[in-house]
Structures are given as structure tokens and as C-alpha cells.
Design a protein. Structure first.
Length: 284
């Protein structure tokens, strides 16, 4: 009798222990799913964008985000199973984009990320979703209409910009190149008359020119000095997500959402966008 009492007590204790363990395991699973940066399942997704490019990727004073890249990323995330409130936008500066994907800081990046062979060696790309071009932004009454007109003029771009060097070295070598730390400074210089033109991708220039304080003051020359194929970057080898994102981009174009996003973000600058590029087709 004494042996049976001990056995029964041990059995009860074992059952209670197993029950507690099972409950603890369930809680752990719930916590881990709520912070996911991967696929669906009720968690969140982390997406890399720019925080300082009006019209493309901008963090506003109230903490919300706006721009064409933001609209594209939000649409794609929805197709992947994430509502807007499940998106966490992460600032991803140009120099850290490949590292952010490799570390797993973000699931994908939509941040004026031009597709080229050097980058394709480190990351995979979906898209392209926009074909941009290097261009010039000038005042509305400017007589500058071609790159050669920059000779003897003051040209502004960001320090180390390939856009500025492209014009200065090969197209208008007699332009007076002024390199500043941000495009915001260049745009302010253009407004004050300190510089005669600003150069970078036309989409970036259009975004700045579309800001309320600049509407009607600047114009794009439409020179198409280079081709910039914007893609969505994902971690190298993640072909499954590349396929899913490509399908989402195709749907965004077919249902009209892509064109609406272009007009909403670039329209005020009279930006003459290229038609939506075909997935996998890179314009050299």
C-alpha cells in the first residue's frame, strides 16, 4: 500500500510538470512570432528604406513615412501577407544596404537601389520597378537645356557622387563642381542662386522639387544622362522571396497602383516617368 501511494503522488507531480512545460513552450512561440522579420504568420516585417529623400523615402516629423519607395514597399508587403501596421521601416543608408541584408536586419530593401553587376554579386534583386535617369534640376527660368550648357556654371551634387563626376569628367568638364554633404543643401543653394544646377537621379530631383516650398520654382531638363534601374534588394540566395516580390510588382502595375503612386509622389515636378519596366529587364 505504501508503495502505491508514492507511485500515485509521483504520477501527479509528473503530469503537473509536463503541463507547466507545455504552457511555457506555447508562450515562447507566441513571443518569437510577434517579432519575426521573415514570412507571414502574424509577425512583423522589417523593410529598409531611405529616411531623407522626399518623394521616395521620407520620415515625416510625425513619425510616418511617405514616398514612392514607401508605397511600393507597402504594396509588396501586403501581397506577402503583412498589413500596414505589421511593417517596421528601417533606415538603410546606401553604404550599408548589402550589410543590412546579409545581417538579416531587414527582409528586403526599397531605397533607390540601382541594380548593377557589382551589387548583384552580393545581393539578389527583384524588379526593376522604376527606370530613372541622371538629370539636371534648374530654376524654371534657367536657359540650361543640355549638359554642355553647364560649362562655366556652378553644378552641385553630393560629395563623392558618380552623377557629378560623370558630367564633370566627360560631358561638361568646364563646369564648376560644388560637392555638399546632402541634396537638401544643393537644393537650397539652387534656390538662393549659389549654384546653377543640381544633378542626380531624376526621380530624386523630382521628389525634392515636389515639396510644397519648391513647387513651381524648379524644372527637370529631361536629359536622361544615364539609366538607373531601381530594384528591391533581398539576401543573396533568397530566390523564393525574389519570385514573390516580382509577382507583387507585376500586380501593382496591372491594377493601376503603380501609376497612381508615381503621380502622387512625382507629379508636382512635372516628372515624365518611363513606363513601368518589365520584370527582369535591365536597361543599359
Amino acid at each position: 500500500m505504501k508503495l502505491r501511494k508514492v507511485t500515485a503522488a509521483s504520477t501527479v507531480a509528473l503530469v503537473l510538470a509536463l503541463t507547466a512545460t507545455a504552457c511555457g513552450g506555447d508562450n515562447k512561440d507566441d513571443d518569437s512570432s510577434s517579432s519575426s522579420s521573415g514570412g507571414g504568420g502574424g509577425g512583423k516585417i522589417k523593410i529598409g528604406i531611405k529616411y531623407d529623400q522626399p518623394g521616395l523615402g521620407l520620415k515625416k516629423p510625425d513619425g510616418s513615412f511617405a514616398g514612392f519607395d514607401v508605397d511600393v514597399a507597402t504594396y509588396v508587403a501586403k501581397q506577402l501577407g503583412y498589413d500596414k501596421d505589421k511593417i517596421e521601416f528601417v533606415e538603410t543608408k546606401s553604404a550599408d544596404r548589402e550589410n543590412a541584408l546579409e545581417r538579416g536586419d531587414v527582409k528586403f530593401i526599397a531605397a533607390t537601389y540601382s541594380i548593377n553587376d557589382k551589387r548583384k554579386a552580393k545581393v539578389d534583386f527583384a524588379g526593376p520597378y522604376l527606370l530613372a535617369h541622371q538629370d539636371l534640376l534648374v530654376k524654371t527660368d534657367s536657359t540650361i537645356s543640355k549638359a554642355a550648357d553647364l560649362n562655366g556654371k556652378k553644378l552641385c551634387s553630393v560629395t563623392g557622387s558618380t552623377s557629378a563626376q560623370n558630367i564633370h569628367d566627360t560631358i561638361a568638364p568646364k563646369a564648376n563642381l560644388k560637392e555638399l554633404s546632402s541634396y537638401s543643401e544643393c537644393i537650397a543653394g539652387l534656390q538662393s542662386g549659389a549654384v546653377d544646377a543640381v544633378t542626380t537621379d531624376d526621380s530624386i530631383l523630382a521628389g525634392f522639387a515636389s515639396q510644397d516650398q519648391y513647387k513651381g520654382k524648379f524644372k527637370l531638363t529631361g536629359l536622361k544622362l544615364s539609366n538607373e534601374n531601381y530594384g528591391i534588394g533581398v539576401k543573396k540566395g533568397d530566390t523564393a522571396d525574389v519570385d514573390k516580390i516580382n509577382k507583387a510588382l507585376e500586380k501593382m502595375v496591372s491594377d493601376g497602383s503603380w501609376q497612381k503612386a508615381v503621380e502622387a509622389n512625382f507629379g508636382p515636378a512635372n516628372y515624365k516617368n518611363e513606363p513601368a519596366p518589365k520584370i527582369g529587364v535591365i536597361v543599359k
